[in-house]
Design a protein. Structure first.
Length: 184
């Protein structure tokens, strides 16, 4: 029997040790990641922290659920959350942290344990949500795939192997790609 969003939220709030996602009505635990994966995430968070006003945006790092049309719920490796979305939550701040609203940036970082799942399930889910910009960093190949939402709702895909990228939805933020990789 598939889990409902309500049952899933209750499970997540009760299990303080696990990081759960909901995929096709079933619990899926987000596994631990490699050093390179985690380091790339921390380096990205550092760059974002230095450029974003905390009164305007917060950075989610393996936190907060993105609710996907059709009932899935994923935890991105890194995402930018506008404070306006956070402030619009119900007054009960103890509730399950989940967002329907499209986010300006959602990032998945490739790892051997989740690489195909990220591409086959999570990236299409983020596109269905309408997130403005979706990234997949590959710390071992040192590639960076970017999907940017277009005015007609489609996504343009580009691949970068270095340089600096200005965010689509937050043009005052620029990320130095080479600095996201260990030894970069």
């Amino acid at each position: 029997m598939p889990l409902t969003q309500e049952t899933f939220a209750a499970v997540v709030l009760e299990d303080i040790d696990g990081r759960w996602e909901l995929h096709q009505g079933k619990l899926r635990e987000k596994p631990s990641m490699s050093v390179d994966h985690n380091q790339s995430a921390r380096l990205l968070v550092r760059q974002l922290t230095m450029q974003l006003d905390p009164n305007e945006c917060q950075i989610l790092h393996n936190a907060g659920h993105t609710l996907i049309p059709g009932g899935n719920s994923y935890v991105p490796d890194v995402a930018i959350l506008p404070v306006a979305i956070l402030n619009a939550l119900t007054p009960d701040r103890r509730r399950f942290e989940a967002y329907w609203e499209p986010l300006p940036l959602v990032v998945e970082i490739w790892s051997p344990s989740t690489g195909s799942y990220d591409i086959d399930a999570k990236i299409p889910g983020y596109r269905a949500r309408g997130d403005a910009e979706i990234w997949r960093l590959h710390p071992f190949d040192r590639t960076h795939t970017i999907w940017r939402r277009q005015p007609d709702g489609s996504y343009a895909e580009t691949v970068a192997t270095g340089g600096a990228i200005r965010l689509h939805a937050l043009p005052d933020v620029t990320i130095a790609l080479d600095a996201l990789f260990v030894g970069g």
